[in-house]
Write a protein that binds this ligand. Structure first.
Ligand code: C2E
Ligand code: CA
Ligand code: CA
Length: 383
């Protein structure tokens, strides 16, 4: 809604209940506050400036008055227009914004000779934002102190009847909270570029584990699959680093596999380029958590994944419902026809493993085969 305001007219006064904000299209508005009964000019706003927007953020009473200096044309900005965006905003940004606003209002109150407002209890959104800021800082510290640990979960090579390789899964034991799920801290790290050093940490750990396996000199060197998030894919140096790290350790490039999660809205051209570069170096790429995210079959034929990992939710339901089993069977057939291997995740029972054998799946992963374990424990197992 567009309104016009005559010169000298007041839009709102100090102490008024919260109301809409305005975008000045034409004209000038003076912002004033009272101090010891005297009128004090805080500023003059003109075309393109926002006015009264603080109330949209914190719904507190007006802390200043706004008076048109000349005839003004204003667009009225309703709270609902901002509220939705605010609700969707990153909690960290919201906490910063709300914190700044509180401080500004407090400073204004002091300047006006009032007692500073009681610092009210932070609301849920603010606590969430502050909590994330704290967790992220602690995660950075854990990374610097190399305090994250890597667990390896075995993948059974079904036709060979032995462990073909491992998936590297990261763990963080928080100093106060105890173990924090990677589902929580990886998501946090993915929101910023922090995921990049986390990924490098995992790669370094995987290469050192591979070196240990290599020295043990088993019949066949197992592979280690590392999880790579969408944000890391855009980083040129990821593949270079895999190549450099494996070469420095005297390992074949193929000892490292890359897992890309389907649930991240995949940027197909980027993924395609990453797969091509991996293949140049003999590194295999798996599509993770297949069947849970976008399952964009329209693109699957263009992406030359070497392996498709069927999400563990299918293992859980396939023996309970013939319809779920029909889907698993169809996925396995389709993936084989595309020339890729199938891993089914979350295998916890012999019955589930028997199904995979019958369907001709290459790999099984899950607690039946083994839980994610530190490498020292794996080395202590009978070969
Ligand atoms: P994911 O890649 O799908 O990893 C498999 C998850 O399933 C792991 O959880 C594993 O512990 C769990 N799992 C394996 N077998 C079974 C089973 O038989 N039953 C059940 N109920 N669960 C099983 P985890 O370790 O909590 O990891 C969760 C997710 O965190 C991973 O899902 C992966 O997306 C992410 N993640 C873990 N480590 C990394 C990492 O180093 N980098 C990145 N980018 N993401 C990681
Ligand atoms: Ca994975
Ligand atoms: Ca998975």
């Amino acid at each position: 809604m567009r309104i016009s305001v005559a010169a000298g007219e007041t839009l709102f006064r100090e102490g008024d209940p919260p109301g809409p904000a305005y975008l000045i299209e034409k004209g000038a508005v003076e912002i004033t506050a009272t101090r010891d009964g005297a009128r004090m000019v805080l500023g003059t706003l003109g075309g393109g400036d926002l006015l009264g927007e603080m109330a949209l953020i914190d719904q507190a009473p007006r802390t200043a008055s706004a008076t048109a200096l000349e005839e003004c044309a204003l667009l009225v900005i309703d709270r609902s227009q901002i509220a939705e965006r605010l609700a969707q905003a990153d909690p960290i940004i919201r906490a910063l914004l709300e914190g700044q606003l509180k401080r500004y209002r407090g400073a204004l109150a002091v300047m006006q000779g009032q007692a500073p407002a009681e610092d009210g209890a932070p609301d849920a959104a603010e606590l969430l934002g502050i909590g994330k800021i704290r967790l992220e800082a602690q995660l950075r510290e854990a990374l610097n102190q190399r305090a994250l640990d890597l667990r390896l979960q075995p993948l059974l090579d079904i036709p060979r009847g032995s462990v073909g390789g491992y998936e590297a899964l990261i763990r963080w034991t928080h100093p106060e909270r105890g173990p924090v799920s990677p589902a929580e801290f990886i998501a946090l790290a993915e929101e910023t570029s922090l995921i990049v050093p986390v990924g490098e940490y995992v790669l370094d750990g995987a290469c050192s584990a591979l070196t240990t396996f290599h020295r043990q000199g088993g019949a066949q060197l197992p592979f280690i699959a590392i999880n790579v998030s969408a944000r890391q894919l855009a980083e040129e140096r990821l593949i270079d680093r895999i190549v450099a790290r494996t070469e420095a350790a005297g390992l074949p490039h193929a000892a490292v596999k890359v897992e890309i999660t389907e649930s991240q809205a995949l940027d197909y051209p980027v993924v395609k380029a990453v797969i091509a570069r991996c293949h140049e170096h003999g590194i295999q790429v798996a599509l993770d958590d297949f069947g849970t995210g976008y399952s964009n079959l329209g693109h699957l034929h263009e992406l030359g994944f070497d392996t498709v990992k069927v999400d563990q939710s299918f293992a859980r339901t396939m023996l309970k419902s013939p319809r779920a089993m029909a889907i698993v069977r169809a996925i396995v057939t389709m993936v084989h026809d595309l020339g890729a291997d199938v891993v089914v995740e979350g295998i916890e029972t012999e019955e589930q493993l028997a199904v995979l054998r019958e369907l001709g799946c290459r790999y099984a992963q899950g607690y039946l085969i083994g839980k994610p374990q530190p490498i020292e424990e794996l080395l202590a197992l009978p070969a």
